[in-house]
Design a binder for this molecule. Structure first.
Ligand SMILES: NC(=O)c1ccc[n+]([C@@H]2O[C@H](COP(=O)([O-])OP(=O)(O)OC[C@H]3O[C@@H](n4cnc5c(N)ncnc54)[C@H](O)[C@@H]3O)[C@@H](O)[C@H]2O)c1
Length: 268
């Protein structure tokens, strides 16, 4: 008995994450690459991005073009924050389940996109981080904040990253805020001698974004208590490390309706 393959479109296919997604899809026999989007790509075969010509999938310049002819089941998007909301909406309009690795959504947008997914009766996922270690780091940080509520987040990324703070640090901050008692930290008379020195303010605590060449993706959540600190740290070294999570997401998104925010909700 042959089961139907899941038809996958990839936006940002020529990017660093997108190329890994193309490769992952081509290597999984239960998935079929049916469309790829890369701006000003022209008629290139999508497999070229993964070093595998002859996939028979031409790269489109826009998402609309790619989805109008491909009958995709799922869109995997790793593009730029500026495009994230528009791409999600377009996918839902076409009845294609969005899996958004791109960050940069407001809570209002997430709520609206969830409603649109429910109206269409399709699933969707916005996942600031697909790596299992990073999800555990967030869970452990939320748990620790119940006992050590004084906390700051330091996240490190490459110097070309467009958004700050990172989607992962915002998600971590949200989970901490749900778990710990409300607390405004630090000295109320504190003054910043250099603007931004204390980092971004989130619900009583601070997030610091480091941007340097040579860095890939790391995050440290630092807790302070009486005579002690606790550091929970996650280091990503490689984009391929996100792909097992993306693969699980592509399969799971076929099984529910509505937009889920956070890979932790579907990884078990
Ligand atoms: N969720 C996660 O686990 C995770 C992990 C790593 C990176 N990211 C995010 O994924 C995104 C991509 O990261 P990257 O390292 O691959 O960046 P990248 O710069 O290598 O790739 C981005 C790609 O998007 C393409 N692009 C830009 N505008 C587009 C448009 N309108 N339509 C289609 N494609 C367009 C660019 O041509 C480029 O190829 C970033 O937002 C990054 O923060 C998420």
């Amino acid at each position: 008995m042959s089961t139907q393959k899941i038809r996958v479109a990839v936006a940002g296919a020529s990017g660093r994450m997108g190329r890994e997604v193309v490769k992952m899809v081509l290597e999984d026999e239960s998935l079929q690459l049916v469309a790829a989007v890369a701006p000003s790509a022209g008629p290139i075969d999508a497999g070229l991005f993964a070093g595998k010509p002859e996939t028979g999938v031409t790269v489109s310049a826009t998402l609309e073009e790619a989805l109008s002819s491909s009958k995709a089941d799922v869109l995997v998007d790793f593009t730029i924050p500026h495009m994230a909301y528009g791409h999600t909406k377009t996918a839902i309009e076409f009845g294609v389940r969005p899996i958004m690795g791109t960050t940069g959504f407001t809570p209002e947008q997430i709520e609206e996109l969830d409603e649109l997914c429910q109206e269409k009766g399709i699933g969707g996922l916005i996942a600031p981080n697909f790596s299992i270690g990073a999800i555990l780091m967030m869970k452990f940080a939320a748990e620790a904040s119940k006992y050590l509520p004084h906390v700051e987040i330091i996240e490190y990324h490459g110097d070309q990253k467009l958004d700050a703070p990172s989607g992962t640090s915002i998600k971590t901050a949200e989970l901490i805020s749900q778990a710990r008692q409300e607390l405004r930290q630090g000295n109320p008379h504190e003054e910043e001698v250099i603007e931004g020195a204390r980092g971004g303010y989130y619900n009583g605590f601070r997030i610091h974004s480091v941007r340097l060449p040579g860095v890939f993706a790391q995050q440290e959540v630092v807790f302070g208590g009486h005579g002690q600190t606790l550091k929970i740290r996650h280091d990503s070294y490689d984009r391929a490390g996100y792909m097992p999570g993306v693969n699980v997401a592509v399969k799971k998104v076929m099984t529910y309706s509505g937009l889920i925010y956070g890979f932790e909700h579907i990884m078990d």
